[in-house]
Ligand binder design. Structure first.
Ligand code: MGD
Ligand code: MGD
Ligand code: SF4
Ligand code: MO
Length: 687
């Protein structure tokens, strides 16, 4: 086989790569990683295919305390179908729940949503995107009537005079993205970064605002206040393209610079410089990432940055706008086609009668038989095994034992289930707790579409066969749907599923009806919305109008509330969590790649030198971190790049090094995003 052009298994940049017998080389034709850049995870992705402990056969245990043992596919799938029927007879359809992931292809995400509604008839399906994109998505939908991460192609970044990035460390989380920033800066463009840490990204910036964790909302309101007092508001744009801006003006009056400096720790002159840069730019982009979004105030924080962008007249102008950096490989498509509790394909709402009618017709079922909205991810996990809550959970593409907040409670809830099923190619920490583990093929062994952070639909192609006894998620879903006598068709062929997805999405907000595999190949990706095969796709959204009832963007006043937990006598420090270059998410994949564990072998916590001195610890010492929920241990890295009042712990490790033993599961009221980015902790020397 010649090298197969495909895309990376990891993040939302979806860098183009060739795979040849498991060896990866970069493609040069894909704009996201133009010129053929890959990060270390991409270069070493081939190692995932032959991970020494890869799951290669179905595994099952007879009782909770018995070991997992290999069984036939028939035995595994029969057991699941029998248990599902038993549980649903006793406790109703919602007693079986599904948990998906933003790494799944569009075809899988679509089929999983259909499987839940049509085969299981459960309302309870949600996915890990709640932990990821939900605040930005909710805020963009609220303001623009549409949630596409970036409003423009990444290559437009190079043309921006100013880029403001709030809470993103792209130098580690999507390194080839930095090339677009470098191109921008080479042209004389300026970069402003908001982060409590002086990250590799912040070091590239012309201006770094080292904000107190959880206070971005006040900062954004403060920047808008300054834009008003400095006469930098684009009044013609505000009058023509927005609604509700008068109320926003009135509310940000209270965010005068000295007050905002006190809340955020950002000096007034830095704020003023940021606003002058932004206000003086012909083209500017305001971008948020998880640092600003993963808070109980995440939706309103993103709204505050959108208000700033609207005041400066950015959204809907070429090369300008507001955007968020999507995280997971298919974090964009994964939030469009129905694995979210309140959603049907095409970014339709499950409580909209017209949407139910349309999708039910495509599925060949009665709209009245479709369930309504179910529980959101954190609430779903919290309800498992409780009276009236789900008794069975099917997981496809997530490792919540490591990645969900307050993980002690997650383990308790999973252990309280009658049935836990995990489809995965790795023996993740969640899979190892399951009653049935279903071994799947992975990225280079299967075909499907991924929608990257730009909203560009791409084709990942099978480059090689998977292990003989592994099956694709689509085959697994088809096998279960058949056993459950599901109505309608559950094809295991990605191209057939994609054609059905196109029909189901037609007329929806995320309309894929004009996109075909052939077009994706011929055009190196097609941007949604794309409502017909003759339609060119939409690289830049909002140029003429916003898809709101009156065509205007909605500005909405939002108030600073701060994090749910702030430091106190018992827990005197802020903990913030996030990522390092060499590891991905829960680490289920990257902790199995030698080059990556060599690069960063174990969990570490960043401490300011003053704090390290007070604690009497140095680089390499072991410390225990304790929050109101539990304790975790990690090695110390002393760095002046972090604030004195804050410590940083990446969340990629398992067992006692889990950041999520500490995190606060308090949720954003609108998006149901947990507050991963701030809780209060104490740090002590461990024996
Ligand atoms: N190497 C690697 N790359 C990845 C991933 C990975 O796991 N590893 N995951 C992918 C996914 S799913 C995602 S969602 C993206 C995430 O990509 P990013 O959002 O870039 O990643 P994070 O490290 O979670 O958070 C970014 C920054 O937020 C800062 N931060 C913490 N608290 C605050 C705050 O209150 N305000 C502000 N302004 N900043 C704050 C942190 O210091 C951190 O530097 O990365 C994607 N790429
Ligand atoms: N403390 C803290 N916690 C966080 C975050 C944080 O910043 N701080 N970030 C949150 C964010 S943004 C995210 S996105 C989540 C991610 O956290 P998780 O949802 O746990 O994501 P992964 O580690 O990518 O888990 C994916 C699992 O599915 C498997 N898998 C991958 N592809 C497929 C597939 O196609 N099919 C199947 N069946 N399995 C597959 C992988 O092997 C892996 O075991 O973590 C969240 N948790
Ligand atoms: S930046 Fe993301 S898509 Fe590109 S090689 Fe790295 S992990 Fe893969
Ligand atoms: Mo994410």
């Amino acid at each position: 086989m010649p090298p197969t052009p495909t895309h990376c298994p990891y993040c939302a940049l979806q860098c183009g790569m060739f795979v040849d017998a498991g060896t990866v080389t970069p493609r040069e034709d894909v704009p996201a990683n133009a010129g053929g850049a890959l990060c270390q995870k991409g270069w070493t992705a081939g190692d995932l295919l032959n991970a020494p402990d890869r799951v290669r056969a179905p595994l099952m245990r007879q009782r909770r305390d018995a070991p997992l043992r290999p069984v036939s596919w028939a035995a595994a799938l029969d057991r699941i179908a029998t248990e599902v029927r038993r549980i649903q007879r006793a406790a109703g359809p919602d007693a079986v729940a599904v948990f998906g992931g933003g790494g799944l292809t569009n075809e899988k995400a679509y089929q999983l949503g259909k499987f839940a509604r049509v085969a299981l008839r459960t309302a309870n399906i949600d996915y890990n995107g709640r932990f990821c994109m939900s605040s930005a998505a909710t805020a963009q939908n609220r303001a623009f009537g549409l949630d596409r991460g970036l409003p423009v192609p990444v290559t437009d970044l190079a043309e921006a005079d100013v880029i403001l990035l709030a809470g993103g460390n792209v130098a580690e989380t999507m390194p080839p993205f930095v090339r677009h920033l470098a191109a921008q800066q080479d042209r004389g463009g300026r970069l402003i970064v908001i982060d409590p840490r002086e990250t590799a990204t912040a070091r590239r910036a012309d201006l770094h605002l080292q904000v107190t964790p959880g206070t971005d909302l006040a900062l954004a309101n403060g920047l808008l206040h300054l834009a008003m007092t400095e006469g930098l508001i684009d009044e013609a744009y505000v009058a023509r393209r927005t609604s509700g801006f008068a109320a926003v003006r009135a509310s940000v009056n209270a965010y005068w610079p000295e007050r905002v400096e006190q809340i955020t720790g950002v000096p007034v002159p830095s704020m003023r410089e940021a606003v002058r840069l932004l206000g003086g730019a012909a083209k500017a982009l305001i971008l948020t990432a998880r640092g600003a979004e993963q808070h109980a105030t995440g939706t309103d924080t993103v709204t505050a940055f959108i208000n700033l962008a609207l005041g400066l007249g950015l959204p809907g102008r070429a090369g300008s706008g507001f955007g968020c950096l999507t995280g997971q490989g298919n974090g964009q498509g994964g939030r469009e086609h129905g694995q979210k509790a309140d959603q049907l394909p095409g970014y339709r709402r499950i409580d909209d009668p017209a949407a139910r009618e349309h999708v039910a017709r495509v599925w060949g079922v009665d709209p009245a038989d479709l369930p309504g909205p179910g529980l959101s991810a954190t609430e779903l996990l919290a309800a498992l095994g409780t009276p009236g809550g789900p008794r069975a959970l099917l997981v496809f593409g997530s490792n919540p034992v490591v990645s969900a907040p307050d993980s002690t409670r997650i383990e308790e809830r999973l252990d309280a289930l009658d049935l836990l099923v995990v489809a995965d190619f790795m023996p993740s920490e969640t899979a190892l707790r399951a009653d049935v583990v279903l071994p799947t093929t992975q990225w280079a062994e299967e075909t499907g579409t991924m929608t990257n952070l730009e909203g560009r639909v791409l084709l990942r192609r099978a480059a090689m066969p998977g292990p003989p006894d592994a099956r694709s998620d689509l085959e697994i879903i088809a096998g279960l749907a058949g056993r459950l006598d599901a109505p309608g068709r559950f094809s295991a062929e990605p191209a057939e599923v994609f054609d059905e997805l196109r029909a189901a999405s037609a007329g929806g907000v995320a309309d894929y009806s004009g996109i075909t595999y052939e077009r994706i190949v011929a055009e190196t990706g097609v941007f949604w919305p794309c409502p017909g095969e003759g339609h060119p796709g939409t690289p830049r959204v909002f140029l003429d109008r916003f898809p709101t009832p009156d065509g205007r963007a909605r500005a909405l006043p939002v108030e600073h509330r701060g994090p749910a937990e702030v430091p106190c006598g018992d827990y005197p420090l802020y903990l913030t969590t996030g990522r390092v270059l060499a590891h991905y998410q829960s680490g289920a994949q990257t902790r199995r790649v030698r080059a990556l564990t060599d690069a960063v072998p174990e969990a570490y916590v960043e401490l300011h030198p003053d704090l390290a001195g007070r604690l009497g610890v140095t680089d390499g010492s072991t410390v225990r971190l304790t929050s109101r929920r539990g304790s975790a241990t990690a090695k110390v890295t002393v760095t002046g790049a972090i604030r004195r009042d804050t410590v940083f712990l990446p969340f990629h490790w398992a067992a006692a090094a889990r950041a999520n033993l500490l995190t606060n599961p308090v949720l954003d009221p609108a998006s149901r995003m947990p507050e991963f980015k701030v809780c209060a902790v104490r740090v002590e020397r461990a024996a």
